[in-house]
Design a protein around this ligand. Structure first.
Ligand code: FAD
Ligand code: 2HG
Ligand code: ZN
Length: 509
């Protein structure tokens, strides 16, 4: 049962290019012109401007990685990418764009999964990639202040020697930026333990659409002086302003971390298992992640982590990855071993088997099986991704019913939908429902929507548990938000961005 394994770490995320996006009309917005580029070149370094427009036109393919999203579903036609190096430069860009009614798409690592980070038309792309410095770190309080363009992994590496970790962790960590994480209110693998960015972000520096700099980069743990404006930018997906700096509370690194992958004979055991694991591990439980059999098999097929033995996976309908983070290795290991013994010695065991990591490399590798599902899916085909909150007990039913629904429409075959799979963050009630197809086809989309949104609404769930609304779900917002909520959101947008230049066509229709 306790297997010793040595496996690979997450690799750099591939970029990809695909086909068309429906263009939204921006009737009152203007395209970038050569005069605009000439103006930007007055205060930006030459290598901060990538544009197909004169005076120094680049080759169109230089813009591909910026115009196309990570899953190859959403595509823009921007002519110009600006990569400012300072907050002041961002401010000057936005002031000009606001005055000239030029739409702006803030872009971080471009790993978003809902088409929020690429233009829907020919908006200017403002990449934060050149704003990548740590501004300060206090090892006593653990408060980190960093430019928004810092890559999440590099911040993790920065705080590690001080025995701290970032409160957010996700499979895209090698490419996504802290500003993008905040703009999407990314959840990820540590939310169960450290809570959401609404709690861990202490302050933000934001450039407003008219160029004014809103400096709320406080490092205070407590501040009750009126409305907490920074919360509006967390999860706003770049529709209210450009985040340029982030102050964030980093927790102390746990003294000991362990993980175990549990193979379950039936999905029905997931809930009782979650209850048992919570009770037995209590304060040291830091993640409880679910992958169904299809997701597991795809991860293995595409080399994410290393497969468990055939014996370990025989008869398993799904898998759960449990992580512990605690203060004393012996204590935590004892608790984990006790848990496994309890689970396996029960009259009707909830699990078939459990594979416990025995080394840091195995720890990483077990995580790779779970974290790598997204990449495996993207290698398999084109993915329709639904990131929903539904009751835990319905996870399997939602996946199975979606598969049967597609079958009943005659769409479950090699030339259309190849796989329907479910995985996600059980501890957060968040299911990732992925439909993997040969290509993005209107008939598949028509079969999936509004079907899935109606299922979510029937459960009083959320159509977006963590990835956001982006360009993908603007039309579906009413399934999760009341008319009054949407009306207030539109009013807030109007207050911050009366000319509508910030990320048009995203979040709100
Ligand atoms: P981008 O994709 O560039 O942008 C995302 C949105 O934020 C866009 O609307 C953009 O306009 C806006 N934005 C970006 N930077 C700024 C800024 N500085 N100011 C204002 N707006 C900005 N998400 C999760 O929540 N949990 C996961 O576990 C998770 N795992 C993932 C695993 C993989 C392999 C991949 C590819 C994606 C995953 N995601 C996950 C989705 C994605 O990585 C996150 O949404 C991430 O937070 C996006 O960061 P980014 O820097 O790539 O932002
Ligand atoms: C995860 O939890 C991410 O792995 C990505 O949120 C989910 O690709 C997906 O659907
Ligand atoms: Zn997720």
């Amino acid at each position: 049962m306790l297997a010793a394994r040595l496996w690979a770490r997450q690799r750099a995320l591939p970029r990809r290019v695909g086909f068309s996006t429906a263009a939204l009309p921006h009737t009152s917005l203007n395209p970038v012109t050569e005069q605009d580029v000439a103006h930007f070149s007055k205060f930006l370094a030459p290598n901060s401007i990538i544009s197909t427009l004169s005076p120094n036109p680049c080759a169109p393919d230089e813009l591909e990685t910026y115009n196309n999203d990570w899953i190859g579903r959403f595509h823009g036609q921007s002519t110009t990418v600006l990569k400012p190096k300072t907050t002041q430069e961002v401010s000057e860009i936005l002031k000009w764009c606001n005055d000239h009614r030029i739409a702006v798409v803030p872009q971080g690592g471009n790993t978003g999964l809902v088409g929020g980070s690429v233009p829907v038309n020919n908006e200017l792309i403002l990449s934060l990639a050149n704003m990548n410095k740590v501004r300060s770190f206090d090892p006593i309080s653990g408060i980190l202040v960093a430019d928004a363009g810092c890559i999440l992994q590099s911040l993790t590496d920065y705080v590690a020697p001080h025995n701290h970790i970032m409160p957010v962790d996700l499979g895209a960590k090698g490419s996504c930026q802290i500003g993008g994480n905040v703009a999407t209110n990314a959840g990820g693998l540590r939310l169960l333990r450290y809570g959401s960015l609404h709690g861990t972000v202490l302050g933000l520096e934001v450039v407003l659409p008219d160029g004014r700099i809103l400096d709320q980069l406080t490092t205070l743990r407590k501040d009750n002086t009126g409305y907490d404006l920074k919360q509006l930018f967390i999860g706003a997906e770049g529709t209210l302003g450009v985040i340029t700096g982030v102050s964030i509370l980093t927790p102390p690194a746990p003294q000991a971390s362990n993980n175990v992958i549990l193979a379950l004979p039936t999905f029905d055991n997931v809930l009782p298992l979650y209850q048992t694991v919570k009770r037995q591990l209590s304060e040291i439980l830091s993640a409880f992640e679910f992958i169904d059999r299809t997701a597991y098999d795809l991860a293995v097929k595409h080399g994410q982590g290393r497969a468990l033995s055939e014996e370990d996976t025989k008869g398993a309908e799904c898998f759960v990855l449990v992580e512990t983070s605690g203060g004393r290795r012996e204590h935590d290991e004892e608790k984990l071993n006790d848990l496994l013994e309890l689970l396996l010695s029960a009259d009707k065991p909830l699990i078939n088997t459990g594979v416990l990591s025995q080394s840091p490399a195995q720890f990483i590798s077990l995580w790779a099986l779970r974290e790598g599902v997204t990449e495996a899916v993207s290698k398999e085909g084109k993915a329709y991704k639904y990131d929903i909150s539904v009751p835990l007990s319905s996870f399997k039913e939602v996946v199975d019913n979606t598969r049967e629904h597609l079958r009943s429409k005659g769409l479950l075959h090699d030339k259309a939908v190849k796989y329907v799979l479910g995985y996600g963050h059980v501890g957060d009630g968040n299911l990732h429902l992925n439909i993997v197809a040969d290509a993005y086809l209107p008939e598949i989309e028509n079969a999936l929507e509004p079907y899935i949104y109606e299922v979510v609404a029937a459960h009083r769930g959320s159509i977006s548990a963590e990835h956001g609304i982006g360009a993908m779900k603007t039309h579906a917002l009413p399934y999760s938000k009341s008319a009054i909520s949407i009306e207030l959101m539109k009013k807030i947008k109007q207050v911050f961005d009366p000319r509508g230049i910030m990320n048009p066509g995203k979040v709100l229709e």
